[in-house]
Structures are given as structure tokens and as C-alpha cells.
Design a protein around this ligand. Structure first.
Ligand code: RP5
Length: 168
């Protein structure tokens, strides 16, 4: 598959079985006006293609890589090993095993000097990965900064509206 699509954000996941969870990341980014590159690439099953993706990502205009994987989740770490871009890791919960803790530890326990910004397990992490990517882009992109302010404002208003309803 070619990497012809241009986007500042790439979402990688180790398997199509991760897609139902990562759809919320895609959706959130699209709501921010960012149409991400989405690829199924695995640190273990497609190691050469995954590493090449990471190595060429910056030259292809990507600014943030989100990597989601389950079980022995090495995808985000592999991205970090081959790219100097910020890498956001999202641990996936496998059908069997310790409720995603395997993936969480595999993603977060990077050696000193090779960080992966690790989100929560599953859908919460998938959504936060999109918000965190926006926060990174907002440092140097005024449109993203505006999206971030609007998102935070809407989120605050939603909670306060529920509080008001509860106390009316
Ligand atoms: C990981 O193994 C994937 O990210 C997925 O979360 C998990 C299971 O993969 P499948 O067997 O469903 O393809 O590499």
C-alpha cells in the first residue's frame, strides 16, 4: 500500500481487530478537522513495513504517530525506535489475557531515552490519543489551537449543564 495520503497524524494498529476501538480515535480527529492516515501494521507480523513507515514518516509530513496494539504490544515502541516524532501508544485489550494490562505494560515500560506517551487502555485511550495529538499540533498550528480551545469549552459546558440539571 502506498503512503500517498498526506496528514499530520498517522494511526497505526497491530490488527484489524483493533479497529472497532480505534474508530473513536479516527472519529475524534475528524471532528477536529484532521483526516488521519490509518494503517494496519504490526511490529511482529509486518516488521519491515512498520519500521519503514516510521523511518519515513517525518519526511512524509507526519508530525505525530498514534500506535495501538494489544498483547505483547511493541508497535509504539518500534515506532519510537525508528522515528524521532512524538509517539502516542494506545494499549488494546485482547479477547483473552489480563484485561489489557499486558499491552499497557508493554507500551509504557520503555527504556530511558526512548519514550512513548502512553494512554489508557481501550476506548478512553483511543479518544485521548486524538486529543493529545491535537495538543501537540496546537503548539505550532493556530487552527489546531482553536480546535483545542473549542473542545475544552464544549466539554466544560457539557459537564456544567449536567450539574445544573441535577441540581435544578
Ligand atoms: C496485536 O495482537 C494486535 O494489536 C491485537 O490487539 C492482538 C490480537 O491480534 P489478532 O489476533 O486479533 O489479529 O498484535
Amino acid at each position: 500500500m502506498s503512503n500517498a495520503k498526506q496528514s499530520p497524524v498517522a494511526i497505526l494498529m497491530g490488527s484489524d481487530s483493533d479497529l472497532p476501538v480505534m474508530e473513536s480515535c479516527v472519529k475524534q480527529l475528524k471532528e477536529f478537522g484532521i483526516d488521519p492516515i490509518v494503517r494496519i501494521l504490526s511490529a511482529h507480523r509486518t516488521p519491515a513495513v512498520a519500521c519503514e513507515f516510521a523511518a519515513s514518516a517525518a519526511d512524509n509530513g507526519i508530525k505525530v504517530i498514534i500506535a495501538a496494539a494489544g498483547m505483547a504490544a511493541h508497535l509504539a515502541g518500534a515506532m519510537a525506535a525508528h522515528s524521532q516524532l512524538p509517539i502516542i501508544g494506545v494499549p488494546m485489550q485482547a479477547k483473552e489475557g489480563p484485561c489489557g494490562l499486558d499491552a499497557l505494560l508493554s507500551t509504557v515500560q520503555m527504556p530511558p531515552g526512548m519514550p512513548v506517551g502512553t494512554m489508557a487502555i481501550g476506548k478512553a485511550g483511543a479518544k485521548n490519543a486524538a486529543v493529545y495529538a491535537l495538543q501537540i499540533l496546537a503548539l505550532s498550528d493556530a487552527a489546531c489551537a482553536e480546535q483545542l480551545v473549542a473542545f475544552r469549552k464544549a466539554q466544560t459546558e457539557k459537564v456544567l449543564a449536567k450539574d445544573a440539571e441535577l441540581n435544578s
